[in-house]
Design a protein around this ligand. Sequence first.
Ligand SMILES: *Cc1c(COP(=O)(O)O)cnc(C)c1O
Length: 388
Amino acid sequence: MSDKETKAIRIQAKRSHNREHSVPLYLTSSFLFENAEQARAVFADEEQGNIYSRYSNPNVDELLEKVCYLEGAEDGFAFASGMAAIFSSMAALLKSGDHVLAARAVFGSTHQLLTKVFSKWGITHSYADINAPETWEALITPATKMIIVETPSNPGLEVIDLEWLGQLKKKHNLILAVDNCFATPILQTPIDYGTDLVIHSSTKYMDGQGRVLGGMVVGPKDLIAEIRFFARHTGPAMSPFNAWIISKSIETLALRVERHCDNALKLAEVLEKSDKLEQVRYPFLPSFPQYELARKQMKKGGGIVTFAVKGGFDAAKKFIDNLQMVSLSSNLGDTRTIVTHPASTTHSKLTEEERQATGITPGLIRISVGLEGIDDIIGDITQALEKV
Ligand SMILES: *Cc1c(COP(=O)(O)O)cnc(C)c1O
């Protein structure tokens, strides 16, 4: 870990003649060439160099170099948002007639992409049950090209065995994409288990302060080359400003993620004793159904705790409206503790059946545990629960 902590801080874009210590913001849409011959050579890929910020930019390149190092990846591309990264990766690598196998519990917008966008272009999908790995193989057809999963998932915190998944993808020669947004490379590096593409919403823990949107995909050179070609000519690139912000934030990623995890575990341990709650889920609680697996592939349990308030949506509403400090918002991975009610907000566009299948009950609450003093976080949440 210490090597990663060092690299997250010490990987920097090349200094200019000003010998700046902190990397400046390269707020420029295009770059100059020395002469016509250099312009020709850069366009012909004979010489390395920036052309236009839709293609590359020093701030974006610095961020990518860091995230590739942290994830153990060869190459990557940065996007305007996590969804731009997921959409572009799939659109670049799939064609009409292809089939995608997805874990049932994928992010709400990823679900919309699969069911409403890619379906228009003849790309089909099947959903697989995370708790029944023995059923996955039967869902793979000759048309299957890609597997896409999140672990831990949003908001159900379901954990998938990455080692098993790596073997499955190898056996069937598929592209395995893992959305590593909840764990971050501080807690788990899916490439170690044979994952091809690691996708991030850098909006979450990577920025970590709720300021900018961003997304990234990292993986082997050949797949990233295809994604880069698609992205360069369709235009979903990350802005230099957002890359500058996120790259700075990554200097403190390890420190922040560790504290998010320590706070989340303490909160989960307290909540587990509450008689107002039905089910407290946190990957590093011994009562968590996949506790052993989580311990095996994650360094700590992550920053998200979920629970169901007894009494359904009405009780959940009462709890939320009685919070004094904790923010009501749909974001996560922020310094501030945030409460979300998935059934009425982030996952409200799903049908009732789809919500049931992913464990999103009417009383389910998702807490993104922040970096405030743990006593204040526990104090606010327990006082609001007492009023339910
Ligand atoms: C937020 C999120 C996304 C989407 O990222 P945006 O930056 O909001 O586009 C994708 N996957 C997961 C797991 C997320 O939490």
